[in-house]
Design a protein around this ligand. Structure first.
Ligand code: NOJ
Length: 953
């Protein structure tokens, strides 16, 4: 069980408690006036940017606090609202305790997170608004409006005239301004008191008990800058569902946190932490933070991104949309109200107005980056445990996987491979021959991933720590000395990857000459990078620690994991001069901790889960939430980290894991060995089938990742994403679609289950992947799922690529032929695509790729392959290299009866013979009894990179 006492509740986190109290005050006072107003005289609008000053009135003071605000309208249709505090901006504050901390509010999150999409809108224009407000018309086709109310300050965002998002509607905007500490006479101190509100005078006595110091778990935070939280309420009128806010172990459709029958009592929390034995269905913080949320209603999705890396909490309340006499009769709609608060930093929020989930994700990914286009091997199966104990052990597992014909790509080494937990070393007794081990793996194009954590052992004669210290590249404590804490190696220091010099240095450590016995097929795992500090408050660093530039840890905590991955990624790009010359290879880095933007650099996993059915079940909404939060390369430890899974659970988990974007088995050091060949029959055989299914669908997975890299779309798509018009599907989070293949999976997550009910949103026909049983929606259908079956159905109207030859690893499939599966409805067209490149280099950026669109035209009964690529300087050479790779079969599911007597189809190939046409054999198969007929076109002999068409008529 998680040790709740190690982590703060809202009530134990000063600013969380203060902001919740603020919200209570606002709702309990009959006519609450937010004390923030935009000074009308200060407003200026130029080049898509509105600037001005918000004035915050303060009780018992004639002086308003000046808060500069910028509202930026971007070309993409995204709006950004940034609020700073003038006094801190100018450094006109005093720090307590002689602190060396920076005086400003942290304003560098964007340097880590934002990589594009910042072009300011040329078309945005101020238009005449109502008195006391300013209206800006912006966005594609000028369909968006921001109506900025001056007093109190608030913004309504409208699309086509309809309000979608409101800021500060409830008056919860709160910027805790700087003030000097006034030492009150002892008797007047109101330690620990709640805010007292006197209705008559509306005078609020604030709870100052956590302004200047906070103690938790025996650790005192010195808070040299005093209270400085930022908060805002964001309302989504008419939106019943909100999704995103990864990482939390709960449902995809986020739950209420205040009020309501199904409500949590705590807000969703973001404070990246090593939460030992985390619990299911909880808003507790986990290892990573993506403060990005989408609100979903029928045919409309909008979103907000709260760009703040300090400790953050989000309250969610749902209620009936306020009665509008004009809308009576439309039915009862639900409005979602959210309340966001962060401990420090700027108020910086991006607003996305959709209307499709694709639009929102695309705009978000323009800003924070698409998913990395991963090296193809990393989409294969990963076999990990803490620990493979010797290099012989690794080689033995590798041989046994082959003996049992279980495909896999990567075997992993956890911390025990090192010499005494000193990273960049090998234990000389247990790993005497790392190069020999990597060489054996390479023989089948397999890889090794080794763990390297950010804590560096504090031990004499360890060159890494010596350099870290002598170059002053470690995190400092509040007194500006090197910070020391405890982790796996015992006493340790932490690399401060916020500093450019530290990152540069870290990157050099991965060179083959520096990391002894590392080979080109070795890649990286960054763990414990929240950072995890065993003796620190909430198992992490003190908030008053100092990072490069003297920013307090408080300001940057949630970015910490990402900075390390950045540095590791840079290091792996080119580990030798030769590699650098050749343009480098796409690095693979797995991270436990992450922030918005981490999707650009690798994969994440959901940390230390347990070998229990409930954890298998919870992994699916967690992975879907990651996709909805823009970080689709996600998976959970297959088999469960803690504990020993039953064979049934292990088998079901491998089946589910074959549909995680990141598919890795992992186990704790105290668990029994559980490599899939140890399970025995029928389990080993069933797991092998699951892995083979994964491998045969790799072209579809890779294509889905290509789309994720281009436009931020999830790799496994939740139902709301695929069917935004079907309200009934919005909360469904135990089934999903693979990219745009039309493949719909619902892994079994219940012990003993032999069937599952799958919900179908539309009237299309669906077919069982394995035996073509026909299902029709809308509504629930029951799909048989004995232990050897993964519930997987194919939606009519799609075409997806496969590679059917079983191989040991993905690398060995590079030149294998393709199978295309064409899934037909009773009428209508079908469509799909294939993206393909060398799977490891960056040459695709110079056109070295194939992107084909497959289209079946029902009217002419013809299937064609069209080019979707934009040629570049390396296109020709790549096409030449792939010349011999062909389509070896086309499988047509639900092939029309009218094709029954056909034995041939006509094929026309681009650049083919003079007549340009050939006949190729086809066979048609009748199934009957609830199953679809099917046909196969065998060996049409067309190149995968070529244009062609097959006419069935
Ligand atoms: C914690 C990680 O979450 C786990 O996966 C790993 O095995 C241990 N650290 C040991 O490195």
């Amino acid at each position: 069980m998680v040790k709740h006492e190690n982590f703060k509740t809202c009530d134990q986190s000063g600013f969380c408690r203060r902001n919740r109290a603020y919200a209570d005050t606002a709702s309990s006072v009959s006519s609450w006036d937010s004390p923030y107003r935009l000074d009308s005289a200060s407003i200026a609008f130029k080049d898509g940017k509105l600037t001005g000053t918000i004035l915050k009135s303060v009780a018992n003071s004639d002086h308003a606090v000046r808060l500069p605000v910028t509202i930026t309208f971007l070309e993409s249709g995204t709006a950004r609202v940034t609020v700073d505090e003038e006094k801190r901006q100018k450094g006109e504050i005093e720090l307590r305790h002689d602190s060396k901390a920076k005086k400003e509010r942290y304003n560098e999150v964007e340097d880590w997170v934002i990589v594009g999409g910042t072009q300011v809108s040329k078309g945005a224009a101020v238009s005449k608004g109502e008195a006391g407000s300013t209206k800006v018309v912006y966005g594609p086709g000028s369909k968006f409006e921001a109506v900025i109310t001056h007093a109190p300050f608030g913004i309504e965002f409208r699309r086509d005239g309809e309000v979608q998002i409101k800021l500060n509607e409830r008056g919860l905007l709160n910027m805790e301004h700087w003030r000097a500490k006034v030492d009150k006479p002892a008797e007047e101190k109101k330690e620990g008191e709640e805010a007292v509100v006197e209705e008559a005078s509306k005078e609020v006595t604030e709870d100052e008990s956590t302004w200047w110091e906070e103690t938790f778990g025996g650790n005192t935070d010195s808070k040299p800058r005093g209270p400085e939280s930022v908060a805002l309420d964001i309302t989504f009128p008419g939106y019943e569902h909100v999704v995103g806010l990864a990482e939390h172990a709960g449902p995809l459709s986020l739950r209420q946190t205040r009020g309501g029958d199904d409500s949590y009592t705590e807000p969703y929390r973001f404070y990246n932490a090593d939460v030992f034995e985390y619990e299911m269905d909880s808003p507790m913080t986990l290892y990573g933070s993506i403060p990005f949320m989408q609100a979903v209603k029928k045919d409309s999705v909008v979103g907000v991104f709260w760009m703040n890396a300090a400790e953050t909490w989000v309250d969610i309340v749902k209620g009936k949309t306020s009665a509008n006499p004009l809308s009576l009769g439309i039915g009862s709609q639900t409005t979602t109200q959210t309340h966001w608060f962060s401990e420090s930093g700027l108020l910086d929020v991006f607003v996305f107005l959709g209307p499709t989930p694709h639009d929102v994700m695309k705009s978000y990914s323009e800003l924070t980056g698409g998913s990395q286009l991963p090296a193809e091997f990393s989409l294969g199966a990963h076999q990990c445990r803490w620990n493979y104990v010797t290099d012989e052990d690794v080689k033995d597992v590798d041989r046994k996987m082959d003996k049992h014909r279980i495909p896999y790509d990567v075997i992993w080494l956890d911390i025990e491979y090192t010499d005494g937990k000193k990273y960049f070393t090998w234990d000389p007794d247990t790993f005497p021959d790392p190069l020999g081990m990597q060489k054996q793996l390479d023989e089948h194009d397999r890889k090794l991933v080794a763990i390297i954590d950010p804590h560096i052992k504090n031990e004499a004669n360890y060159w890494v720590v010596d350099e870290l210290k002598s170059k002053d590249l470690a995190v400092h404590n509040k007194d500006d000395n090197i910070y020391e804490g405890w982790c796996w190696p015992g006493s340790s220091y932490w690399i401060d990857a916020f500093g450019a010099n530290a990152r540069k240095w870290w990157a050099t450590l991965f060179q083959y000459t520096k990391f002894p016995s590392s080979a080109p097929n070795l890649w990286l795992w960054n763990d414990m990078n929240e950072p995890s500090v065993f003796n620190g408050p909430e198992t992490t660093m003190p908030k008053d620690n100092l990072h490069s530039g003297n920013w307090e840890h408080r300001d940057v905590h949630n970015l910490n994991g990402m900075t390390l991955v950045n540095a590791t990624y840079e290091g792996l790009l080119a580990r030798s001069k030769e590699e650098e010359k050749a343009g480098g290879r796409r690095p693979f880095v797995l991270t436990r901790s992450f922030f918005a933007g981490s999707q650009r650099m690798g994969a994440m996993w959901t940390g230390d889960n347990q070998a229990e059915w409930s954890h298998l079940k919870a992994s699916i909404p967690m992975v879907l939430s990651m996709g909805a939060s823009g970080f689709p390369f996600a998976g959970a430890d297959i088999g469960g980290f803690f504990g020993n899974p039953s064979k049934e659970l292990l088998t079901r988990w491998y089946q589910a894991g074959a549909f995680y974007p990141f598919s890795r088995a992992h186990a704790h050091i105290d668990t029994r060995r559980r490599e899939p060949y140890l399970a025995g029959e029928p389990y080993t055989g069933i797991i092998t089938q699951a892995q083979r299914l994964r491998y045969s669908l790799l072209p579809s997975w890779y294509t889905a990742f290509y789309h994720a890299s281009e436009s931020g779309t999830p790799v496994v798509k939740p139902m709301y994403f695929a069917f935004p018009g079907d309200e009934k599907a919005f909360a469904i989070d135990d089934q999903f679609l693979l990219g745009s293949t039309g493949l719909l999976a619902k892994p079994v997550t219940e012990e003993g289950a032999t069937s599952v009910d799958i919900y179908l949103s539309d009237k299309e026909k669906y077919f069982d992947y394995f035996d073509y049983t026909v299902y029709s929606g809308p509504g629930h259908v029951t799909v048989q799922a004995p232990l050897d079956r993964i519930p997987l159905i194919m939606r009519a109207g799609h075409i997806f690529p496969r590679r059917d030859r079983p191989r040991r690893s993905s690398g060995l499939m590079k030149f294998d032929p393709f199978t295309l599966v064409l899934v037909l409805g009773d009428s209508g067209d079908a469509e799909g695509d294939l993206y393909l490149d060398d799977g490891e280099s960056f040459e695709y950026q110079d056109g070295a790729y194939i992107h084909r669109k497959f289209h079946y035209d029902a009217a002419t009964q013809s299937l064609s392959s069209e080019d979707l690529s934009t040629p570049g300087k390396k296109t020709k050479a790549y096409l030449k290299a792939m010349e011999k790779v062909r389509v070896e079969k086309v499988v047509i599911v639900n092939a029309p009866v009218s094709w029954k007597s056909k034995t041939e189809v006509e094929l026309a190939e681009e650049g083919g013979s003079a007549s340009g046409k050939r006949r190729v054999p086809m066979s048609w198969q009748e199934e009957g009894s609830g199953k679809a007929n099917w046909a196969i076109v065998r060996d049409p002999g067309v190149g995968i990179g070529k244009g062609w068409s097959i006419t069935f008529d």
